[in-house]
Design a protein around this ligand. Sequence first.
Ligand SMILES: O=c1[nH]cnc2c1ncn2[C@H]1C[C@H](O)[C@@H](CO)O1
Ligand SMILES: [Zn+2]
Length: 382
Amino acid sequence: MSDDPLVVAPKVLLHDHLDGGLRPQTIIELADEIGYTDLPSTEAEALGWWFRDSADSGSLPRYLETFDQTLAVMQTKEGLFRVASECAQDLAKDGVVYAESRYAPEQHLRQGLTLEDVVEVVNAGFRDGEARAAEAGRPIRVTALLTAMRHAANSREIAELAVRYRDDGVAGFDIAGAEAGYPPTRHLDAFEFLRRANAHFTIHAGEAFGLPSIWEAIQWCGADRLGHGVRIVDDITIEGLPFATWLEAHRDNARALAEVDLDGVQLGRLAAYVRDCRIPLEMCPTSNLQTGAALSISLHPITLLKRLLFRVTLNTDNRLMSHTSASREATLLAEQAEWTVADLRWVTINAMKSAFIPFDQRLGIINDIIKPGYVPLLPETS
Ligand SMILES: O=c1[nH]cnc2c1ncn2[C@H]1C[C@H](O)[C@@H](CO)O1
Ligand SMILES: [Zn+2]
């Protein structure tokens, strides 16, 4: 185990895609087992770079094309079990103590598995990974979020699946995929069903598309959390200028967001609603650089939103495509945006408060694991 404090520090991930976090070597071995021959490389390091470089396109649709390669090896029980187990182990090794891992069951049916088979074998993989992580002295709990793809038409069926498995490892529901042209209200039926069932869901919104998508996700669909939500800054002005205009004028100053005077910052009605209602933002800085939703780590809106005390959480999105991890996201912010260990503790507790598991369990993880875990790193908080 690393002695880097940002690895040792307990962390929580609410936004991590199972099919975006495979080990390159595992992809190669699974491809070999099933006779899949279309991988761009059969050498692990080169394959890892291929994912990073291909996802670095500045466009969400092109970023998403790289998932064809991971999904190809996630069509059998063996493949899904191994990927889920390794996901839990890799997160635990990086200091993650609680994670909600999401995937779209409908994307794993090409070789005859049923939706139920997929959910059950992924759950079994998570249990296996948790057991191995505990044996290695790094306990973790992993729950699943079931995603429906926003361009498809079966979100209601996936929402029903999430409710059916809510007492068996599934904590909630999500929609993902290309955002422009696919507003969340297309899936209103699924969201209304979930609300009637007292179930939880998050929606990818405000990533490739702006405020209308966030507004629909919250005010029409009733999302508990926002996946990314980074474009909420479009509803913020600084010194009387729209955020984007102000940032453009300050883009040569890497400290601009860390030091801007908050007295000059004004929230519009939607941004104020999101902050007032403590709606969690599942922010993923590196992923946003790759899809063009942010300029740089130092000027990523997360630093302003943290200073304004939005309910910010820090996430990985796709560890493989973004060549990242929970501790790497924290390290980048520490090195390039003046984040401290106290900031990391704050977003970690924010995330745990915002998880979809029951309140008493969230509180238990905060009080028994997260807070004590920061004491050696931040003695003044003990
Ligand atoms: O950042 C994202 N935005 C929208 N969709 C995404 C993102 N990352 C992954 N996905 C898609 C591709 C995966 O196949 C799917 C389910 O995990 O979710
Ligand atoms: Zn995502």
